[in-house]
Design a binder for this molecule. Structure first.
Ligand code: HEC
Ligand code: HEC
Ligand code: HEC
Ligand code: HEC
Ligand code: HEC
Ligand code: HEC
Ligand code: HEC
Ligand code: HEC
Ligand code: HEC
Length: 461
């Protein structure tokens, strides 16, 4: 089949007509000599009798060359030189690429011209790269790809032929993938300033390596192979934050990729917090992203199965699309990129559709479990059966307030049980807003909804 198509090309006469080459060069935007392939000093070379960068390093007009008459656009041509890792290590060689979804999916075809793809030509480097270079309105597109930044991925990831990530990116709360261009550079590497302030950005390739990405589903905190082969921040002894490059794919944790842009390793925008500080396992409490949580007492019947006190979760268990068909923190109709809405207000009850209830059993928080006395959260008023459920009292029965009123810092904080009060709702009593954690309960000093707690205590043990 491919051989037949080659013959068609030959009868068109373009294959061997060297005189047409300048015209063809123009067809490619005249950029070949600006690419790394076309560089006369360091460009392509297989045949030492020909100059570096010569077209005939890949295209031989006569037989004797394995890719006669034109270099076939199979990966074998590319591998003849690119069998190992590229200089920037985003490309990591044939062995890695051949296992990637882009190499193995039969849907991996370029949907629109150029280039005109042929039946059966899927999974190829030339689906994304133009070995002659490509120029758009802004000039030469870096790395000889067919489109600039996310526009390359968009060609396929808009629902056809690949999953529709683009609709997610366009949602009201999303990573600013389309917002910025010219900020990402493949060699941004370990320079933290390239991720902060005026360089702040998030391109598809900041989180995905198109030469690596493939399907699997490990357990948190281990990153899935969709996210391997990109740079990340490793947390070392003493909470040092250290950059490691794309070639280091050992023990990748999902949060390490997020820390590249959401920790104090780089300069964070005003009003956002250092996630590496919030998820520090030395904190008084935290959601179990980096390590198993501090609350070893939590009753597993208050957690949605199969979660228990020793479970860990991903950032993306909360920060993912509202469309469960496309996993990942690309975008959501619920800010900030949440799987479901998070009600953070006051004077009405949190709905059972709150994101929290993906993992915490809603009835334990929103109904009077005293009557059934099935199970309890530890925010209750006594040790005996029939004791009041203070979660229900505060979220529904008396106070009608949101989880955020008492659990203000949802990621992690120095105090126990994620208890930090929302001062937009809670005011001080005798000059204090305070939570005292006790091994069998706790005490709160504050004023809320006109009620003075000075202090009020509870006991569950
Ligand atoms: C690094 C290898 C390489 C070099 C160097 C190279 N080509 Fe190509 N060329 C290819 C491959 C691979 C294809 C098939 C592309 C496809 O099917 O998408 C191709 C296809 C073509 C085609 C067919 C039209 C098309 O786009 O499919 C022409 C014409 C062509 N090349 C001309 C040139 C000229 C002129 C030069 C030098 C200025 C050159 N090539 C240098 C690899 C190369
Ligand atoms: C004859 C050898 C040779 C062949 C065949 C070859 N390349 Fe290259 N390629 C090179 C050299 C040399 C460089 C420049 C050195 C480097 O950056 O690694 C390069 C660089 C690249 C780069 C990096 C460009 C940049 O600006 O960062 C890409 C992408 C690339 N090649 C893709 C391909 C693809 C796709 C094919 C197959 C269609 C291919 N190459 C075939 C030799 C080759
Ligand atoms: C799904 C699209 C896609 C496919 C398929 C693809 N690449 Fe790439 N490649 C990219 C993108 C995008 C970049 C630039 C990454 C960046 O900007 O950080 C890149 C960068 C590169 C680089 C330069 C970076 C480095 O590590 O030196 C090389 C070399 C390269 N690709 C080679 C290849 C080869 C060879 C193949 C086929 C075996 C291939 N690519 C297949 C999208 C692709
Ligand atoms: C020529 C079409 C094409 C282009 C261009 C393309 N992809 Fe894909 N990609 C696919 C197909 C097909 C799949 C597998 C099926 C699916 O996810 O719909 C896929 C899957 C993926 C996956 C999931 C892998 C898995 O196994 O679950 C990721 C991540 C991905 N692509 C990222 C990218 C990124 C980033 C870019 C741009 C640099 C890109 N893709 C460009 C066709 C493409
Ligand atoms: C390459 C940089 C980069 C990486 C990696 C990254 N982000 Fe972001 N993220 C951003 C930028 C830029 C924004 C826009 C707001 C800002 O500048 O902080 C953002 C915004 C967000 C928001 C929305 C914040 C809001 O207030 O609307 C969430 C949630 C988020 N990221 C979660 C994650 C998660 C989870 C990960 C890891 C899976 C991650 N991010 C990885 C750059 C990144
Ligand atoms: C248990 C669910 C959950 C997990 C796990 C989680 N988040 Fe969040 N995150 C939230 C909620 C809910 C908000 C909104 C908080 C609010 O409105 O008070 C939020 C807010 C944010 C914001 C916007 C506010 C800001 O400070 O910039 C970013 C960015 C963010 N999270 C990133 C992350 C990253 C990165 C991780 C993992 C390292 C992570 N989150 C893990 C639930 C979670
Ligand atoms: C801030 C980081 C980040 C950015 C930016 C990002 N992704 Fe993702 N993406 C993820 C994460 C995390 C997942 C989920 C991985 C998992 O759980 O296996 C994901 C999943 C995917 C999947 C698989 C979805 C599924 O359910 O099958 C595809 C395809 C994909 N991303 C493509 C893209 C494309 C294309 C872009 C750019 C338009 C992009 N991503 C931008 C982090 C990101
Ligand atoms: C992806 C699952 C998941 C989601 C969504 C989730 N949590 Fe959690 N949460 C957990 C797990 C697992 C624990 C148990 C950790 C432990 O044992 O320390 C936990 C523990 C807690 C704790 C107790 C921490 C301690 O040290 O006692 C609070 C408070 C909490 N979550 C509040 C919330 C709120 C509020 C929301 C909604 C914004 C929420 N959670 C969403 C999984 C989740
Ligand atoms: C009026 C304040 C308040 C509100 C509102 C509140 N909580 Fe709590 N929550 C607490 C206190 C106090 C504790 C600590 C109980 C203890 O000592 O173990 C707690 C503990 C927890 C725990 C740990 C459970 C356990 O059994 O140890 C989870 C999970 C939790 N809350 C989730 C939520 C969710 C989800 C919401 C919103 C639906 C919410 N909380 C609303 C005060 C509150």
């Amino acid at each position: 089949m491919k051989q037949a198509q080659r013959c068609v090309r030959m009868t068109l006469g373009i294959c061997f007509t060297l005189a047409l080459f300048p015209a063809l060069l123009l067809a490619y935007g005249g950029v070949y000599t600006l690419t790394k392939h076309g560089d006369p000093l360091s460009g392509v070379q297989r045949d030492v009798s020909l100059p570096r960068g010569d077209c005939n390093q890949c295209h031989l007009p006569h037989s004797g060359y394995p890719f006669f008459p034109f270099a076939d656009h199979t990966n074998a041509l590319c591998y003849s030189c690119h069998n190992g890792a590229g200089a920037l290590q985003i490309y990591q060689g044939q062995a890695v690429y051949d296992l990637s979804t882009h190499a193995t999916s039969a849907s991996m075809v370029w949907p629109s011209p150029p280039p005109a793809r042929q039946a059966g030509d899927w999974g190829e480097c030339v689906n994304c790269h133009n070995p002659h270079g490509y120029k758009d309105g802004t000039g030469l597109v870096p790395h000889m790809v067919w489109r600039r930044e996310e526009n390359l991925c968009k060609e396929c990831h808009d629902g056809s032929p690949a999953s529709d990530v683009y609709t997610e990116i366009g949602k009201v709360s999303s990573h600013p993938v389309t917002t910025y261009s010219g900020r990402h550079a493949a060699d941004e590497g370990g320079d933290s300033s390239k991720f902060g302030t005026a360089n702040r950005h998030a391109e598809c390739v900041d989180c995905h390596n198109p030469h690596w990405a493939k399907t699997d589903s490990p357990s948190p905190p281990d990153a899935s192979s969709r996210l391997k082969g990109v740079s990340r921040i490793v947390v070392g002894l003493g909470r040092t934050l250290t950059y490691t490059g794309p070639a280091d794919t050992t023990a990748v944790k999902e949060y390490e990729i997020c820390y590249k842009c959401h920790s104090s390793w780089t300069t964070l925008p005003a009003g956002t917090t250092d996630k590496a500080a919030e998820f520090d396992p030395a904190n008084g409490s935290f959601h179990p992203v980096e390590a198993v949580g501090k609350n070893t007492d939590i009753d597993s019947r208050t957690l949605v199965a199969p979660l228990t006190a020793t479970s860990q979760v991903y950032c993306t268990d909360c920060h993912t699309s509202d469309n469960t068909g496309v996993r990942g923190p690309h975008g959501s109709i619920y800010a900030p990129i949440l799987k479901k809405a998070y009600f953070t207000g006051d004077n009405s009850s949190p709905p059972s559709t709150d994101v929290c209830f993906d993992c915490h059993v809603s009835t334990q928080y929103l109904t009077d479990t005293r009557a059934s006395n099935s199970t309890y959260t530890h925010f209750r008023d006594g040790t005996s059966s029939g004791s009041k459920n203070f979660h229900y009292v505060h979220t529904v029965k008396d106070a009608q307030t949101s989880c955020k009123t008492c659990h203000y810092n949802i990621h992690g904080t120095t105090s126990a049980h994620l208890i930090v009060f929302n001062t937009a709702v809670v005011s001080s009593s005798g000059g204090q807003i305070r939570y005292e954690h006790r091994s069998d309960g706790g005490a709160c000093t504050l004023k809320c909804h006109g009620k003075d707690h000075n202090p009020k205590s509870y006991r569950w043990k």
